[in-house]
Design a protein around this ligand. Structure first.
Ligand SMILES: C[S@@+](CC[C@H](N)C(=O)[O-])C[C@H]1O[C@@H](n2cnc3c(N)ncnc32)[C@H](O)[C@@H]1O
Length: 265
């Protein structure tokens, strides 16, 4: 899937909020090695280096565009970035103090199977902190599916929505499953869910928000046909305007998210 750092940064403040709510719960005081899985353009990764001045912070992402956008933030010996797939990331036992993954694991099928390895990679006092959107509770996700499977679009992008496409079923598991897997891995686990009511400015802000994330698989499927892509976007925009009406103060996007902070004592 292609990622556009500029589009993703459009709602930087709203997207950063869950990250800060997540890392506020990390109790680790003096980590040496910190890894941010799915670091995107690196903006929030850099705040980890600010929080822990004694740490080396490394951001990993599979998008070359995101990693080149992050390059502007490199601090030699303190903050670095690299291209790689989270699904392949297998750290050595007791080699890391903090593992963070904000809004990325929902793109990684079977990430739950990696959790025991990541748990074993934590040094004593270390923490694994992850946040994922709960797209099942988001009306916009239903809108994308219903437009994509409508008679007009089913032949072009229906597969993305109904099960044979790259992003048909969310890999995010029920909260209790993360709790159980991580407790079984010897960690103390703090799990919670929050629904943010983001108030977005601008024209068609919900469309713009998801153009940077959850709508991408559909847009990618049409990328070779710009007129069809524009038409599909307009069909989605129309439905989103009905579901998320513009109010005098902005457009409200309710967005549920799952948080997990697991620590090794
Ligand atoms: C929604 S962005 C989150 C970026 C950043 N963590 C933040 O909070 O701003 C998701 C990021 O996950 C990355 N990503 C998705 N699947 C990945 C994978 N399998 N391996 C590494 N990175 C991945 C994408 O390239 C994208 O940069």
């Amino acid at each position: 899937m292609s990622w556009d750092p500029g589009q993703y940064e459009l709602f930087a403040a709203e997207r950063a909020r869950p990250f800060h709510d997540l890392i506020a719960q990390i109790p680790t005081t003096r980590p040496e090695r910190v890894v941010d899985l799915g670091c995107g353009p690196g903006t929030v990764t850099a705040t980890l280096a600010d929080r822990w001045p004694g740490a080396h912070v490394y951001g990993l992402d599979s998008s070359p565009d995101m990693i080149s956008a992050a390059a502007r933030l490199i601090r030699p010996g303190r903050l670095g970035f690299g291209l790689g797939d989270i699904a392949q990331w297998r750290p050595a036992p007791e080699s890391v103090d903090v593992i963070v993954s904000n809004a990325a694991l929902q793109w990684v099928p079977d990430h739950v199977t990696a959790l025991p390895v990541w748990a074993a990679a934590l040094r004593p006092g270390g923490a694994l902190a992850m946040q994922m959107p709960l797209s099942r509770g988001v009306t916009a996700t239903d809108v994308f599916r219903s437009v994509a499977t409508s008679p007009r679009w089913a032949g072009r992008v229906g597969a993305v929505a109904i099960g044979t496409g790259p992003r048909s079923v969310s890999p995010v598991r029920p909260a209790a499953e993360y709790l159980e897997v991580l407790v079984a891995s010897g960690l103390t686990v703090n799990v919670w869910e929050t629904t943010y009511l983001h108030v977005l400015a601008g024209t068609d802000p919900v469309l713009e928000w998801f153009t940077g994330t959850g709508l991408r698989p559909y847009l990618d499927a049409l990328s070779a046909d710009p007129p069809a892509l524009a038409l599909f976007r307009e069909d989605v925009a129309q439905r989103l305007r009905e579901e998320y009406p513009h109010r005098g103060y902005g457009t409200v996007l309710p967005f549920p998210r799952l948080f997990v902070v697991a620590t090794r004592s």
